[in-house]
Write a protein that binds this ligand. Structure first.
Ligand code: AHM
Ligand code: MG
Length: 315
C-alpha cells in the first residue's frame, strides 16, 4: 500500500496541524501542473502584460498559478493570509481572517523557463500569526525569522510533479501518481550528501559579483573539483543539490546589490528545507534562517548546500 500525503500527520509535533494546509498545496500543485501541460493549447504562454511589484514582467502562467494557489489556501479554512511574490500587498482571506496560519509563496518559480518547456516550481512556507486571532493579520505576521517557520517545501514541475516538504521532522518527497491522482511517498528522508555533487550558479555574472565571490568560487572549484549544473529555476537546482550534493548560490552583484532571490518566498523556505536535509544555508555571514525580515519583498544573497561545500566556498 503506497504512503500518501496523509503521512505528514505522523511527522513530528506539527505534522497533524500542518497536514490540511500541505494537502491544499498538493491540490494547487495538481491544478498548476495541469494548467502548465495545457498552456500551449489555451494560448496561456507568454506575458500577461503587467509587472509585478519587483518590476518584472508577469507571465500569464505566473498570474494563473497565483490565483490557483490562493484559492486552494482559502479552501483549507486554516489560512488567514497569503504573501505572494506576485502580489504587492499581503492578501487577507476575509472569511478566515481569524485563522492561525499565514502562507508565503512563490507560485511559479523560474518562469523564464516556460518558453522552452523547462522545469519550474512552486515554493512555500507556513508561519503562525503573531497578532491576536480576533484582529486582522498584518504584514508584521510575515516578518518572522526562518526559525519560526513551521513547515516549508516546494513543488517541482518536471517530467513528474513532486512535492517535497518538511514539518521540521526531516525532508520527504512525494511524487504525483497520475494513475490514481494522488501524491505518494517516493523519497523518504532526503539527506544531502556531504561531499560530491555540483556547484550551481549563473556563472555569466561572475565579473559583477560582490563580496569577492568570484575568487571564492575559483578557489572552491580548485579545492573540490566539483562539476557545474544550472537550470535557472531555483526549485530544480535545489532539488538536484539535495539529491546529488554540492552547493547552489545566487550572490549579490552590481545589478542586484542586495541579491536577487526573495528572502520570504525563496531563501527562507529553501534554507529551512536545506537545514532539514542536513545541509547549510548562509546569507551575508549568517544562517538564512537567522535573518529577521524587514519587508515582504526583501532580497538577499543565498548560499545553500552541504556543510562541507558551503564552508569550502565561503571559508
Ligand atoms: P522568478 O521567481 O521571477 O522566476 O526568479 C527567480 C529565479 C530562480 O528560480 C533562479 O534561481 C533565478 O531566478 C535565476 O536567475 P538568473 O536568470 O539571473 O540566473
Ligand atoms: Mg522565484
Amino acid at each position: 500500500m503506497p504512503t500518501t500525503l496523509n503521512n505528514i500527520a505522523k511527522q513530528g509535533v506539527n505534522g497533524s496541524t500542518m497536514m490540511p494546509v500541505i494537502q491544499g498545496v498538493g491540490r494547487a500543485a495538481i491544478e498548476i501542473a495541469a494548467v502548465l501541460r495545457g498552456a500551449v493549447f489555451r494560448g496561456a504562454l507568454g506575458e500577461a502584460g503587467g509587472e509585478n511589484v519587483q518590476g518584472e514582467q508577469q507571465q500569464m502562467l505566473d498570474v494563473l498559478s497565483d490565483e490557483i494557489f490562493l484559492e486552494e489556501m482559502r479552501s483549507t479554512g486554516f489560512v488567514c493570509a497569503v504573501g505572494s511574490e506576485e502580489q504587492e500587498n499581503l492578501l487577507v482571506i476575509e472569511e478566515y481572517s481569524h485563522a492561525d496560519y499565514l502562507v508565503l509563496v512563490d507560485p511559479l518559480d523560474g518562469s523564464s523557463n516556460l518558453d522552452v518547456d523547462g522545469p519550474v516550481g512552486t515554493i512555500f512556507s507556513i508561519v503562525k500569526r503573531i497578532t491576536a486571532n480576533a484582529d486582522q493579520p498584518l504584514v508584521s505576521d510575515t516578518l518572522q525569522s526562518g526559525r519560526n517557520v513551521i513547515a516549508a517545501g516546494y513543488v517541482l514541475y518536471g517530467p513528474s510533479t513532486m512535492l517535497v516538504c518538511s514539518v521540521g521532522d526531516g525532508v520527504h518527497g512525494y511524487t504525483f501518481n497520475p494513475a490514481v491522482a494522488r501524491f505518494e511517498l517516493s523519497h523518504p528522508d532526503m539527506r544531502i550528501p556531504e561531499t560530491g555533487g555540483y556547484y550551481s550558479v549563473n556563472e555569466s555574472n561572475k565579473d559583477s559579483w560582490l563580496d569577492g565571490m568570484g575568487e571564492n568560487l575559483k578557489r572552491m572549484k580548485a579545492d573540490t573539483g566539483l562539476g557545474m549544473r544550472y537550470v535557472g529555476a531555483m526549485v530544480a537546482d535545489m532539488h538536484r543539490t539535495i539529491l546529488k550534493g554540492g552547493v547552489f548560490l545566487y550572490p549579490a552583484d552590481n545589478k542586484n546589490k542586495t541579491g536577487k532571490l526573495r528572502l520570504l518566498y525563496e531563501a527562507i523556505p529553501m534554507g529551512f528545507i536545506m537545514e532539514q536535509a542536513g545541509g547549510k544555508s548562509v546569507s551575508s555571514g549568517i544562517a538564512v534562517l537567522d535573518i529577521v525580515p524587514e519587508a515582504l519583498h526583501q532580497r538577499v544573497p543565498v548560499y545553500l548546500g552541504s556543510t562541507t561545500n558551503v564552508d569550502s566556498l565561503l571559508g
